[in-house]
Design a protein around this ligand. Structure first.
Ligand code: GLY
Length: 264
C-alpha cells in the first residue's frame, strides 16, 4: 500500500498514473531465445540466469551474476508448451498485427508446476545467458542470423543447440549493483589458455597498458565441458587464477541445474 501511495504521489512521474497489479509468480526461472524471421523461428538451448547478487538468490537484483546451459528444468513437455503457448502465439500475433518481429526474441520465464509463465520479453539476447547459450551452440551462427534478418530463416544453419554443457560466472566489483570503486588492476588472465574457456569482458579498460576494472560486472568466465558438474568445477578453477581488488562473485552458479538433473 505504501509503494502504491508513493507511485500515485509521483515516484515515477506521469508513468505512475496507471498501476497494473499482477499475480506474484513463484517458481524457477529460465531464459529461452528464439531466432525468428517474423514467421518461422528456432529456439536455442534453454538457460538459467542467477539475478540476485548473493548465493542462494539473496540480495538485490542485478543484470545477472551467472548462467549455465542447457538446463534440465526445461524438459520436452515444458518445451512443447513454451513453443505452442508462448513463441508461436507471440510471433504469429505480432505478424498478424502488422508488426512482425525479426531478430532474437528472449522470453524470460517462470516455471511453476510444469507450466511456463512469461515474466518478460526482450527484443535482444540476454547477458550473461548468451555466453552460456552460444558456448554450447554448434552450427553457423552468422548464417542463422543473416537468414533471419533477410526473411528466410535457415534452420539448417544449426547443427546442435546444445553440444555439451557450459557454465559462466560473473566477476563483479564489491558494492555492485549500487556503489562500487573501479580502476583496480586485473591479474591472472595471462595464465588462462584453454580452448574450452572464454573470458568475456564487460567492465574493463586498459590504462597505461594495464587491464583495470571499469564497471560493476567486470568479467564473465565461461567454460564448456561434457557435463554440467565438470563445467561448474572448471569455471571455478579458472576463477581461482584471476585476481583484482574488491572482486566478488557467486559460488553457487549451476547448482540448481545439478538438482534438476538428479530429479529426472
Ligand atoms: N540476464 C538478464 C537480461 O539480459 O536481461
Amino acid at each position: 500500500i505504501k509503494t502504491i501511495r508513493d507511485i500515485f504521489d509521483g515516484l515515477f512521474g506521469s508513468s505512475g498514473e496507471t498501476v497494473v497489479i499482477e499475480e506474484f509468480l513463484n517458481g524457477d526461472e529460465a531464459s529461452i531465445f528464439a531466432i525468428t524471421d517474423g514467421d518461422e523461428y528456432i529456439t536455442l538451448a534453454p538457460s538459467q540466469d542467477h539475478k540476485r547478487i548473493f548465493d542462494d538468490d539473496k540480495g538485490p537484483n542485478t543484470g545477472g551474476m551467472g548462467a549455465y546451459a542447457p538446463t534440465d528444468l526445461i524438459n520436452d513437455v515444458i518445451m512443447d508448451k513454451i513453443n505452442v503457448q508462448i513463441f508461436t502465439q507471440a510471433i504469429n500475433g505480432l505478424r498478424n498485427n502488422g508488426t512482425p518481429f525479426i531478430g532474437c526474441l528472449y522470453a524470460g520465464l517462470m516455471i511453476k508446476d510444469n507450466q511456463p509463465y512469461v515474466v518478460e520479453f526482450n527484443a535482444r539476447f540476454g547477458d550473461p545467458e548468451t555466453q552460456a547459450v552460444l558456448t554450447v551452440f554448434e552450427g553457423d551462427l552468422l548464417k542463422l542470423l543473416y537468414s533471419a534478418a533477410t526473411g528466410k530463416l535457415d534452420k539448417s544453419a544449426v547443427t546442435n543447440i546444445s553440444n555439451g554443457f557450459s557454465c559462466c560466472v560473473v566477476l563483479a566489483s564489491d558494492g555492485y549493483p549500487e556503489h562500487y570503486q573501479t580502476g583496480f588492476p586485473i591479474f591472472g588472465l595471462e595464465h588462462i589458455d584453454d580452448k574450452n574457456t572464454m573470458i568475456f569482458h564487460s567492465g574493463t579498460s586498459i590504462i597505461n597498458n594495464q587491464l583495470v576494472t571499469a564497471g560493476g560486472r567486470v568479467l564473465c568466465v565461461t567454460t564448456l565441458a561434457d557435463s554440467l558438474k565438470e563445467a561448474i568445477d572448471k569455471t571455478y578453477s579458472v576463477i581461482n587464477k584471476i585476481k583484482f581488488n574488491n572482486m566478488i562473485y557467486r559460488n553457487d552458479i549451476g547448482q540448481k541445474g545439478l538438482k534438476y538433473i538428479k530429479k529426472k
